[in-house]
Design a binder for this molecule. Structure first.
Ligand code: GLA
Ligand code: ZN
Length: 667
């Protein structure tokens, strides 16, 4: 498998020459412009099914042959796509079963994209066929370095084929035993006992939508069915091009699929990054996009990922699409590289003349030439990226992990109780991530199934669900010397959302944390309850557990309400390690103060001995240190040592100034 086919950071993006098939002179102009812009790669063919198979069984590859040859002659890496993300009209017309059926049971008409049934044997066969033909044709093409499978898999289908596949999935997961399923979903409640799997349908607003076990099962099914669709797509590719790696572009923190599970099936993780820069003047966007990069970076044990899409200027799909200021393109792109991306890729190379995305940013605008601000910024960035070969395939090293688990996110949005208005699982994880980001300390973002053993500290905010084996692994980790931090509503339910009996945190974790959470209080907005931690007072926001220390040391207590004096933060020495329980939610400084203490205690040092002010991030990857200014002010950076500026070759020490939205790469 030639996963590391690239010698330079990949700089390229979605290239749609099929839209310009009648003006091939544009293709030549594309080559000239790509060379000028220091672009070294192109992702081709994503939505080209009707261009390569204009009628059933009639193939046209002349245009693609020429495009790939051109790209090769110009030294570009080609990432070749399979076209299943959108289908030709002839296919939908002749075989309506390939189209999706919505929740109401109505089959969609032909149109848009991502509009296919995940189960349809016919669609699967058609996809396999076109993928096989493309692979056969280009298996020896020297430019083709990677497969881009479909595009941003998403969505679900409720047709009869999918319903039957769902029932089959349930049979497999519940031992073909409807009574087992009844027990797991607690179906005696509201007289929901089932006699047979045939009585089950997908959850929907006019049907069953209160059984969390069913809703979780459906999400898992849709996710598994999408992965099986993907496996079906890559089967001919694995056979014909075993050496060419495959990826598929994931979407942000898309909750419709378990991307942590999906990642196990790709060779390289890639994802599409569209942060909302320029909204407000704070550095919130920088923290959130750093977090998301680290989520994707951590999916394959820290192996580099690709940033498959990002916009070189505006996007077109928010209600208001403000232009990111000059400098933000490079700032955002370098951030991706700092967090583990081996690529900066754009959607899109050239603006289309018509169609839904004609006003979406592109390297080449409708004017068609290189004399634009955006083109100049892309070119300058391309030149800088060419100096960063040393970072390719290098990892970020983390001693701390935060558990951010897809399925826990699902369930925290499903159960009914406590504070239904404020669940915010993702925000809670970001809140615990931010202190490390600010302090220049790399953090891995892992699922609850990951190996904890090589971290000094693992923080698991709001870990409501414990999958089979999770509690045991937490116990083993702490026992072996790890520091584990849990917060309110930890260890409440199992994988089917059945509550653990015998006291929370459940499934044996009570003894690890040395606490019993007897009740959970939910607080309306502006309700003022205070709690202390280490001598400082914090507001309790939205939710808190009322806990009793059963062996744990009390590090803080509630200061009001009928639970005044009860513990709010505890630490339990267990085996060789420590288990902390932070019983309340605080949207202010608690996470930062808590992490400061943890960092000190575990002697976790920042990635480099450089003092960065607020709004500036520092991240080490391999031997390179990336310092990025996300603010619109010039910032002073204090280097406690001598560094080489990788981009200019200069030697630097003492204090250096960083422009607004500026970046430095030091060694
Ligand atoms: C997604 C898709 C692209 C394009 C962009 C626009 O990421 O994969 O095809 O639609 O959004 O932002
Ligand atoms: Zn279907």
């Amino acid at each position: 498998m030639k996963e590391n086919f690239y010698e330079h950071i990949i700089h390229g993006g979605d290239y749609n020459p099929d839209q310009w098939i009648k003006t091939p002179e544009i293709w030549d102009e594309d080559m000239r412009l790509m060379n000028l812009a220091h672009i070294n790669s192109a992702t081709v063919g994503i939505f080209s099914w009707s261009a390569v198979e204009p009628e059933e069984g009639v193939y046209n590859f002349e245009w693609l042959d020429r495009v790939l040859d051109n790209l090769h002659e110009n030294g570009k890496y080609v990432i070749l796509a399979t076209p299943s993300g959108a289908r030709p009209a002839w296919l939908a017309q002749k075989y309506p079963e390939v189209l999706r059926v919505n929740e109401e049971g109505v089959r969609n008409e032909y149109g848009v994209r991502h509009n296919h049934c995940l189960t349809s044997p016919l669609y699967r066969e058609k996809v396999r066929n076109i993928n096989r033909i493309i692979a056969e044709r280009y298996k020896n093409h020297p430019a083709v370095k990677m497969w881009h499978i479909s595009n941003e898999y998403c969505g679900e289908c409720h047709c009869e084929l999918c319903q039957n596949a769902f029932r089959q999935w349930l049979r497999e997961h519940y031992n073909n035993d409807i009574e087992l399923l009844n027990d797991k979903w607690w179906n005696r409640f509201w007289s929901h006992q089932l006699n047979d799997f045939s009585q089950i349908t997908s959850p929907k607003s006019r049907g069953e939508n209160h059984v969390v076990g069913l809703k979780l099962a459906w999400k898992r099914f849709v996710s598994d069915q999408t992965i099986s669709f993907f496996e079906n797509e890559i089967a001919p590719l694995r056979e014909i091009t075993p050496d060419i790696p495959v990826t598929t572009n994931f979407m942000w923190l898309f909750d419709g699929l378990d991307l942590q599970e999906f990642a196990k099936h790709v060779d390289i993780v890639s994802w599409d990054n569209y942060p909302e820069w320029n909204v407000g003047k704070d550095t919130r966007t920088a923290v959130v996009s750093a977090f998301v990069h680290d989520v994707f970076r951590s999916m394959k044990g820290g192996k580099p990922f690709l940033m498959m899409e990002s916009t070189p200027s505006v996007i077109n799909w928010r209600s208001v699409n403000k232009i990111p200021e000059p400098g933000m393109l490079a700032m955002s792109s370098v951030q991706a590289v700092a967090h583990g991306a081996d690529s900066v890729q754009y959607f899109q190379w050239r603006k289309s003349r018509g169609g839904h995305e004609k006003f979406h940013g592109a390297v080449v605008d409708h004017c068609g030439h290189e004399n634009t601000r955006v083109f100049r910024e892309v070119t300058a960035l391309g030149k800088d990226l060419e100096k960063l070969d040393g970072v390719i395939n290098r990892k970020c090293e983390s001693r701390v992990a935060i558990v951010y688990d897809w399925q826990n996110e699902w369930v925290t949005n499903m159960f009914c109780g406590y504070n239904n208005a404020r669940r915010d699982y993702q925000k809670e994880c970001i809140k615990w991530y931010e202190p490390f980001w600010k302090r220049g300390i790399s953090v891995d973002m892992i699922s609850m199934d990951s190996d904890f053993s090589h971290y000094d500290a693992v923080i698991a905010p709001f870990l409501y669900m414990l999958k089979d084996g999770t509690a045991e692994r937490i116990e083993k980790y702490v026992n072996g010397g790890g520091s584990f931090v849990a917060t309110y509503l930890t260890g409440i339910a199992d994988e089917d959302d059945l509550c653990f009996l015998g006291g929370f945190p459940g499934n044996g974790l009570g003894k690890v944390f040395g606490v019993w959470a007897e009740e959970t209080d939910a607080l309306p907005e502006n309700c003022c309850v205070n709690a202390s931690f280490d001598g400082k007072t914090y507001e309790v926001n939205h939710v808190c557990d009322i806990i009793h220390a059963q062996g744990a040391q009390v590090l803080g207590t509630y200061e009001s309400e009928f639970y005044k004096g009860e513990p709010s933060v505890t630490c339990n020495g267990y085996g060789k390690g420590k288990a902390y329980y932070v019983a309340f939610r605080n949207d202010g400084e608690l996470a930062g103060d808590f992490c400061d203490k943890l960092i000190k205690e575990l002697e976790i040092l920042p990635d480099a001995d450089i003092d960065v002010p607020h709004g500036v991030s520092m991240r080490k990857r391999g031997s390179y240190i990336f310092v990025i200014n996300f603010t619109d002010d010039e910032k002073q950076i204090k280097l406690n040592g001598t560094y080489r500026d990788v981009l200019t070759g200069e030697e630097l020490n003492n204090t250096v100034m960083l422009n607004k939205y500026g970046y430095m790469v030091l060694e």
